[in-house]
Design a protein around this ligand. Structure first.
Ligand SMILES: [Zn+2]
Length: 433
């Protein structure tokens, strides 16, 4: 019997720690606020999400190439992008208890949420970039920043990519990697972190194609969430009105997911017009326009951006997959993850330790194919099933004494809990590997 419960944030945080998906960073020193480490299973899920994401960008309309930009960037890049002058959050301190808040997330008239006093400092603008110096000398020439977004490496490499890949407009440059924002108040676990990973694709097209391409990409990105099995009732789009638009955007849409803490942005799709390439042309003095062989004129390409937070997507798939049901009078926690996202695909369970050797041979056959498997010999079969359900393993394979005679194993399905006897030699085909 399944009950449709919405897990709380605490439930997911505790599952992540208990099963080694995510740990607080520097845990033994008390953790680092807004920074997390990913354990074995979390790392595997992230790898799966990256693979699914890059495949989902394939388009008949043009090629997608990838880059991996540096995390450090000179001040000039962030001047051109507008981050040095404009990437601020308003900050305010409670004079009584010294707690710091984002002024736009607070009703100052209601007083301090922590101590109740109503005595505030002036609201100041706080730049969210992490600033550092390259090398031993402190001068303007060595001033650098950890990137607050991945997009700029794509724009600054636009000409390099174009001249080394034999590609023509339209095409996309995709990048996955870390970005850093010194959030005043990181919160909601992986939702708003100070160090996080983005998966971004910038689609370069002719100016008159930006509006229709924006619509194409909205549809293609929505179908990604359907493809990876997210409950579509919890997905909605939000179109930015004129006054919500960022300074660089001609049109923008958020794909949002309904978290227990509200509808929140999962992916942003922006029509960035020619803002970025024009800015970098102006600031670098290098012409980033391209020449159109047909019209014999040159133009600055326009950009449609699709930007997902990998950690947010990770959190989303956990919330979405989390189920509790009752089997034989016992509550079980099961992550109904899409098999392509599941960190472990198959668990091999010898009925007793006496069958370890025979079971291990089957296990080895699948691990040698590069399939993520677990070999679990401890506890009752029921307990071992529960352990696998909790991490979303789609199939458990039990080897028992009958297997020695009939060459069959029991395959147990995570979602239906139904069991079937399958010939070992047919197993790969049965499981679809
Ligand atoms: Zn206070």
């Amino acid at each position: 019997m399944a009950t449709d419960i919405v897990p709380s944030l605490e439930t997911i945080v505790s599952l992540c720690k208990r099963r080694g998906f995510v740990y607080p960073s520097a845990d033994i020193y008390g953790g680092l606020n807004g920074v997390y480490d990913f354990g074995h299973l979390g790392t595997l899920i992230k790898q799966n999400l990256r693979t699914l994401w890059i495949h989902s960008l394939n388009s008949p309309r043009g090629e997608i190439v990838q880059i991996e930009g540096a995390l450090l960037g000179p001040e000039a890049v962030w001047k051109a992008s507008g981050h040095v002058d404009g990437f601020h959050d308003p900050m305010v301190d409670c004079k009584a208890c010294k707690k710091r808040y984002r002024a736009d997330e607070l009703d100052l008239k209601k007083g301090c949420p922590s101590c109740g006093n109503n005595d505030w400092t002036e609201i100041r603008q706080f730049n969210m970039m992490f600033k550092t110096q390259l090398g031993a000398s402190e001068s303007a020439a060595t001033l650098s920043y950890l990137r607050p977004e991945t997009a700029q490496a794509i724009f600054t490499n636009f000409k390099n990519v174009l001249s080394t890949n034999r590609i023509k407009i339209p095409f996309g440059i995709a990048q996955m990697g870390k970005a850093f924002r010194n959030e005043i108040t990181p919160k909601q676990f992986l939702f708003r972190m100070r160090e996080f990973e983005q998966m971004e694709m910038q689609w370069f097209c002719k100016p008159d194609q930006a509006a229709p391409e924006f619509e194409n990409w909205v549809q293609q990105r929505l179908s990604f969430y359907e493809m990876i099995g997210i409950n579509l009732n919890k997905i909605r789009t939000h179109n930015h009105s004129k006054d919500e638009l960022a300074h660089y955007a001609a049109a923008a849409l958020d794909i949002q997911y309904e978290f227990p803490f509200g509808w929140k942005e999962l992916e942003g799709i922006h029509n960035r017009s020619d803002f970025d390439l024009s800015q970098h042309t102006k600031h670098s003095g290098k012409d980033l326009a391209v020449f159109d062989e047909v019209t014999k004129t040159s133009y600055t390409p326009h950009v449609v951006e699709c930007s997902v937070g990998l950690d947010r997507l990770f959190l989303t798939v956990l919330f979405d997959a989390y189920h509790e049901d009752t089997i034989d009078g016992e509550t079980r926690i099961v992550l109904k993850l899409h098999p392509a996202i599941a960190p472990i695909k198959l668990a091999f369970l010898p009925l007793t330790q006496k069958l370890n050797e025979q079971t291990y041979k089957v296990y080895e056959f699948f691990t040698q194919k590069g399939i993520a498997c677990q070999f679990d010999t401890t506890g009752s079969i029921g307990k071992r099933y529960r352990r696998q359900d909790e991490i979303g393993t789609p199939f458990c394979i039990t080897y028992d004494f009958d297997s020695l005679e009939d060459g069959c194993v029991t395959v147990r399905n995570r979602d239906t809990t139904k069991q079937e006897r399958v010939q070992i030699e047919d197993l790969a085909q049965y499981l679809g590997f």
